[in-house]
Design a protein around this ligand. Structure first.
Ligand code: MN
Length: 388
């Protein structure tokens, strides 16, 4: 697509979902550096997320995490979001912060622990019902640390049974998104370590089950764009958890460590029709901001996704296809690199101006007194953070 108007239209329709936990204190296992002005409850997290949408225009939904975002009245939280121009997005479950889950949650050998985990997932679906959220996101910390510790096959059977119970609880228009992760917190084996395992469970469950690709959850050197192409081809790509990594699951800002990889991923998304709303692919951020200010970090992340998407949309498909058909190795690669090497910032400035947005979202936010205001107002109470 090299028609600028069509590229801008595609960019204008793109939606990027923000994680509520990115606005609270979070960081590494060694130290979480608390920041002044951090939200003290889910209402304040949503207010901060609304700032990101206000200056980027493409981030109108916020993922919640249960129980970190527990409130008494989810209808009230959803109305609060709407009053700020945003909506509740995916509901993320948590079966990894309870002592009972030390040896697993939905795969645990003890049926009582499995029941507790499944009951939590049912409660997450209740939150979806109350907020209008379309998706339940599942990531399981389940795994083992030592060979022989537990039986792989029995754990897969328990996983399948638990997933099936939750799947059956989903209503019309609700989906289950199953995330995989190579390792950590378990170090020997993980029960959903890769896209193949997630895919196999999703296929067995049915149409409402889709795979989540968290870009930080792979071994170094993994060709993530190939996984994206395969999942889109099979109609099983449900969502991204975007972030960047240099080493393991670093949760740095998307596009910061390897913008070329993000471009290659977005190229496969465009190729596979994943950018259209009808594809159902949710472009979520899953990041932690330990040393950088959180709202600007989210704005920068959204802009990084937009830039990678713009470059992917600029690929000259007729030229690429012709070179591929002709076996022109260097020519085909050159077509892709031409798109990647295009400075798309002027195009995005043009788009934002057409949308009535400030051409520079980072500067527009920095000019406001919002950061000062939240530091002054959010005094007392407990800052939100992992487990809060
Ligand atoms: Mn994730």
């Amino acid at each position: 697509m090299t028609d600028r108007t069509a590229v801008k239209a595609a960019l204008a329709s793109q939606r990027i979902e923000l994680p509520s936990w990115a606005f609270g204190n979070s960081g590494t296992r060694f130290k979480v550096f608390a920041q002044a002005g951090v939200p003290r409850d889910p209402f304040e997290k949503i207010a901060d997320a609304a700032q990101v949408h206000r200056y980027t225009g493409v981030a109108p939904t916020v993922s919640l995490h249960i129980p970190w975002d527990l409130v008494d009245d989810y209808h009230k939280l959803a109305s609060h979001a709407e009053s700020l121009g945003v909506r509740i997005g995916v509901i993320n479950s948590n079966t990894f912060q309870d002592n009972d889950y030390m040896l697993g949650s939905v795969t645990h050998a003890d049926p009582a622990v499995r029941r507790k985990a499944v009951d939590h997932l049912f409660a997450c679906v209740d939150v979806m019902d109350a907020t209008g959220s379309p998706d339940l996101k599942l990531w399981f910390a389940d795994g083992t640390n030592y060979p022989g510790q537990d039986d792989f096959r029995a754990r897969q059977d328990r996983l399948a049974e638990s997933l099936s119970k939750v799947y059956d609880r989903l209503g019309d228009g609700q989906r289950m998104l199953l995330e995989y992760k190579l390792f950590e917190p378990a170090f020997y084996h993980t029960d959903v370590p890769d896209w193949g395992t997630s895919f196999a469970h999703c296929v067995a469950l049915g149409e409402k089950a889709k795979v989540v690709v968290d870009t930080g959850h792979h071994a170094p050197g993994t060709n993530i764009e190939f996984i994206v192409a395969m999942l889109l081809r099979a109609g099983k790509l449900g969502a991204f958890d975007f972030n960047s990594r240099f080493y393991a699951d670093d949760d740095l800002m998307v596009g910061s460590a390897d913008p070329f990889q993000l471009f290659r991923i977005m190229h496969e998304v465009v190729r596979g029709g994943g950018l259209s709303a009808s594809s159902g692919v949710n472009f979520m951020l899953d990041q932690c901001h330990n040393i950088e200010p959180k709202i600007p970090a989210q704005i920068r992340s959204v802009m990084n996704v937009q830039e990678a998407t713009a470059k992917a949309l600029l690929v000259d498909w007729p030229a690429l296809s012709a070179a591929q058909q002709a076996g022109d190795v260097l020519g085909a690669n050159a077509v892709l690199m031409d798109a990647y090497n295009t400075d798309v910032r002027p195009l995005l400035v043009e788009l934002r101006q057409e949308q009535g947005l400030d051409p520079d979202p980072m500067a527009a936010y920095a000019r406001t007194d919002y950061a000062t205001k939240i530091v002054n107002e959010r005094v007392g109470g407990h800052q939100a953070g992992w487990g809060a």
